[in-house]
Ligand binder design. Sequence first.
Ligand code: PSU
Length: 305
Amino acid sequence: MTLPLTFTPEVRAALDEGRPVVALESTIITHGMPFPQNVEAARAVEAEVRAHGAVPATIAVMDGRIHIGLSDAALDALGQAQGVMKLSRADLAACLAMGRMGATTVAATMICAALAGIEVFATGGIGGVHRGADTSFDISADLPEFALTAVTVVAAGAKAILDLPKTLEVLETQGVPVIAYGQDAFPAFWSRDSGLRAPLRMDSAAQIAAAQVMRGQLGLSGGQLVANPIPAEAEIPLDEIGPAIETALAEAEAQGIAAKEVTPFLLDRIFALTDGRSLDANIALVLNNARLAAQIAGEIVRLRA
Ligand code: PSU
């Protein structure tokens, strides 16, 4: 049986010709940003990937198929759709079987990218260990995915809504390389410095590409997390974003928000509490990640040539 993958002609041609392709997730569109900024941001990220020499492939589930690359009309529909499933490893196949519309998280996008033969993926932030996980057990399925699926993910670290030390511990236990780009500190999404040191540091896309190819040669499963700090001019330092994060976390707890609802709830509240500043920062960091991912994808193509 053939895989239920539908490629846009642009992505299919790039893959067939061995040109660089960068996967992009869709949960950030449906559950991470409000309409219409979500669709505008998705288009801007695609343009940024193109401007840096790669072809963007935004991934989502529609009509019982995994779409690798979305047409303008499909992106518009997804950005406004209601009741879209938020897909991770656990529910990707179920969504396809039910014929529902689904947006892919980091974990599900990695799985789909690997199936499509795409090795690099750009996003905003990854899921991680939630604060209070010692009692709630809420650990994002993004973390174990890095140990399973051979895709390099460029993110701006993880949000300070999470327990960052525990997030790094879980990644270490899972054998996941966590590489800060161009600095020693592990970045915290809206802020360049989480106060924690990243386990690894690299200063060039070529090194990151070489490490991904080397993992494959060594027979090591899984991918890499590249933690790319938000550009300085767009950052919201921890002491400024911190109070909004604490307020949002307290509201989530008071309202009993749990499981898949936690991250979208917190993002929405922090957006409101910062008068939209968090969204501007979010868009700036995703664009920055798209640039680096395009460069890494280009280097991987050169290495494999
Ligand atoms: N971080 C963001 N924006 C997002 C997400 C994370 O800045 O939209 C999404 C990603 O798709 C990520 C998912 O994979 O949230 C993690 O969800 P959870 O914490 O429920 O595993």
